[in-house]
Design a protein around this ligand. Structure first.
Ligand SMILES: C[S@@+](CC[C@H](N)C(=O)[O-])C[C@H]1O[C@@H](n2cnc3c(N)ncnc32)[C@H](O)[C@@H]1O
Length: 357
């Protein structure tokens, strides 16, 4: 981030922090989606009617988003105010924006603040983690994020990029695939639908997420979900060499015992199998991330969730910004000695660590 005159910067921070909160509320209530669908300037009563939301609350909220330059304000010949969401803003803000949807992220800091502010503030004094149970809405949010992230990209862009396209033909013929830390199963279900001859297992230690994943996969006969702790699978004979392909999307850095989780993956991978670890694109040292376009945002998400969750159970607390160098070192310690670090098509924020078993 560039340094401007510091007091101006502070004013910008106060305004943008407030805007993030307002955008998060607007996103949750689908106000932008309604405005995008209607695609015309609207009065406040009109917007209240179409969105089903309270007029007085909308009026106050519109004050934030028009002064913040998100929604445009104009007046008709009678002087009545009209509010318009420009298509170029809608294109990165609404659910229809798919993998371009940045709007979904506006909910993240408000959600994590609501869940964990006290625990994190306390952690500064005690050094302790924050239990996963403090984040009751986290899995639903991750699933929304995964919808936005994976829906358009996983099958069309990511999987074809793995191993020069050879993975796709293996998936088409039929292999066994595991998604570790699968959450509510968005990625696994997409893969299972696309490759009906392959068998898919989703693993996560969060029981409620697995329940959700199971209910969203009722129409799929090639999917199995299990509640399992990744750190405890490395000696489990049931899973030895069971999978030709294993994925972990954004799921290793959150674990209390990431080394054991990676060792479990090695144990579960069949000889010649592939493991795709997809994780945030960053360097391991602060100085490597000074020009990261979302450095403060990502470190904040890490501080408010990934790191304190990873500190539980005497854990490592790697945090989301653990970075490429630490990731490679941990993969090597787990026994992965053939690792390629790859960019992901249409995804500037993650790296693909492709590991061979
Ligand atoms: C940031 S979420 C990512 C979820 C999903 N892969 C996605 O991309 O949306 C991390 C996931 O790792 C899971 N997880 C954390 N520790 C775990 C462990 N020890 N064993 C299995 N899963 C774990 C969490 O429950 C959570 O679902």
């Amino acid at each position: 981030m560039k340094m401007e005159k510091f007091e101006d910067k502070l004013v910008t921070i106060l305004n943008y922090g407030a805007l993030n909160l307002a955008l998060g509320i607007g996103y949750k209530h689908r106000i932008f989606d309604v405005m995008e669908d209607l695609n015309r300037p609207m009065t406040i009563p009109d917007l209240a009617g179409k969105s089903g939301l309270d007029e007085r609350y909308l009026r106050e909220w519109l004050g934030i988003v028009v002064t913040g330059g998100i929604i445009e304000l104009s007046a008709d010949s009678s002087g009545e105010d009209h509010y318009f969401l420009p298509p170029s803003h809608a294109g990165v803000l609404t659910r229809k924006a798919g993998s371009n949807n940045l709007g979904v992220y506006t909910q993240e800091i408000p959600l994590l603040t609501l869940s964990a502010l006290q625990g994190v503030e306390q952690g500064f004094i005690t050094g302790e983690g924050v239990p996963f149970s403090a984040y009751p809405d986290f899995q639903a949010f991750m699933s929304e994020l995964a919808d936005a992230k994976h829906e358009q990209t996983l099958i069309q862009n990511f999987l074809p990029s793995v191993d020069g396209g050879k993975l796709i033909s293996r998936l088409e013929k039929g292999i066994r695939v595991c998604d570790l830390g699968c959450g509510q199963g968005v990625a696994l279900n997409l893969m299972a639908r696309a490759f009906p001859r392959s068998e898919f297992m989703g693993m996560d230690n969060h029981g409620e997420a697995i329940q959700r994943a199971r209910s969203s996969a009722q129409d799929l006969s090639n999917v199995n979900y299990r509640v399992l702790d990744a750190a405890r699978l490395k000696e489990d004979q049931e899973f030895r060499h069971q999978f030709e392909y294993i994925t972990a999307f954004d799921a290793i850095h959150d674990q209390s015992h990431p080394l054991q989780a990676l060792e479990s993956i090695r144990h579960m991978l069949s000889p010649g199998g592939l493991f795709s670890m997809v994780d945030i694109k960053a360097g391991s040292r602060h100085r490597d991330n000074l020009d990261h376009p979302m450095g403060p945002f990502l470190y904040t998400v890490s501080l408010m969730h990934c790191m304190p969750v990873g500190l539980n159970d005497r854990g490592r607390g790697l945090g989301m910004m653990w970075g490429k160098e630490k990731a490679l070192a941990l993969l090597a310690r787990a026994g992965f000695d053939r690792v390629e670090v790859l960019d992901i098509p249409n995804d500037g924020f993650n790296l693909h660590f492709l590991c061979r078993g």
